[in-house]
Write a protein that binds this ligand. Structure first.
Ligand code: BW8
Length: 317
């Protein structure tokens, strides 16, 4: 066997094998469904081009590129692709189905999750960093560019997988055509967007440090269970105050004193969201600071935290 031939091809899944489709969400020009694979006896998620709009060559290529990116970026904290369904009237990416939905739900559905214990919250932060760090370690480095709690998915044991629902173009450092990002007014949220992206000037290349800004905001959201900049009435207000240096409050009423390693976590957060991208840590630095924190918890602490959220989720009023 020569090593070159080991790059496995992606399975092609016949549409007739995908049954029990249930609508999940609509993206840019794509739609996501839950489905059953009739031979594999497992639940999958399928991201398809809009069935109504004529499937243009450009959209088809965009989804093919996404499949290629996901296939190359296989890692235990990146959503797993199972294959593609490539038929004239139906074209979709088939991925694993993440039974516990998004981090956004875990943090803000307080009736479903009254308590999310610290060991699980810290494992979530650690696993997000592992996933993004892997993307940044690819060659060429792959930027996520749209990190937000809606794109962080949770599997049956509340392990994190990085996803990207958006059907935006994605950037690789080498081929980034300018730093044009999804414009905020296009329904994308600005709260995770670094200030240098507000005014995408052609000179600044897309940079891995943009993901670190988003990650720092997500850290604050995980530790506070609050919506960042929740008092702002419109995106422009957020952008202006962020440009003036405003950041989420790191005081005791947002970040309670009983957070384990509170000071270190606040340090990572404040370094991560500094205005100057060069001052932000890399995900590698961040992981080296998070590793000892996770080691302080034993397996049982984390499993008890997972059990607690599972119990509360299924004991619905
Ligand atoms: C309750 N459970 C659910 O509702 C559910 C829905 C679900 O639907 C999908 C969500 C996302 C995708 N696609 C995707 O994640 N692609 C992608 C592309 C690039 C990068 S990395 C560089 C970059 O970000 O550009 C990346 F990390 C990810 C998909 F195919 C299906 C999957 C699982 N569970």
């Amino acid at each position: 066997v020569n090593i070159g031939s080991l790059t496995s091809a992606l399975p092609v899944i016949p549409y007739r094998k995908l049954t029990d489709l249930h609508y999940i969400s609509k993206g840019g020009f794509g739609t996501v469904f839950r489905a059953q694979h009739s031979d594999w006896r497992t639940t999958v998620a399928i991201k398809c081009l809009k069935l109504d709009s004529p499937v243009g060559e450009r959209e088809r290529n965009c989804l093919l590129k996404e499949a290629e990116v996901l296939h190359k970026a296989r890692f235990n904290h990146i959503i797993q692709i199972f294959g593609v369904c490539n038929e004239p009237e139906f074209f979709c990416i088939v991925t694993e189905y993440m039974t516990n939905g998004s981090l956004d739900e875990l943090l803000h559905e307080k009736s479903m999750y009254p308590v999310v214990a610290w060991p699980l919250r810290l494992r979530v932060l650690y696993e997000i960093a592992l996933g993004v760090n892997f993307l940044h370690n690819m060659s060429p480095p792959l930027l996520h560019h749209d990190l937000k709690t809606q794109n962080i998915l949770l599997d049956g044991e509340y392990h994190v997988k990085i996803a990207d629902f958006g059907l935006s173009k994605w950037r690789q450092l080498s081929i980034s055509k300018g730093s044009g990002s999804k414009p905020a007014e296009m329904g994308g949220t600005v709260i995770y967007m670094p200030p240098e992206e507000y005014e995408p000037n052609r000179t600044r290349r897309a940079d891995v440090k943009q993901d670190m800004y988003s990650y720092a905001i997500i850290m604050w959201e995980v530790l506070s269970r609050r919506i960042p900049f929740e008092d702002a009435t419109n995106p422009m207000q957020i952008m202006f105050s962020v440009l003036r240096g405003t950041r989420p409050d790191t005081g005791l009423d947002s970040l309670p004193a009983d957070i384990p390693s509170r000071e270190t976590l606040i340090n990572i957060m404040t370094c991560g969201w500094t205005a100057n991208p060069d001052e932000r840590p890399s995900f590698l630095n961040c992981l080296k600071e998070l590793e000892p924190m996770l080691r302080r918890f034993d397996e049982i602490d984390i499993l008890e935290a997972v059990l607690e959220v599972k119990r509360s989720k299924f004991k619905r009023p």
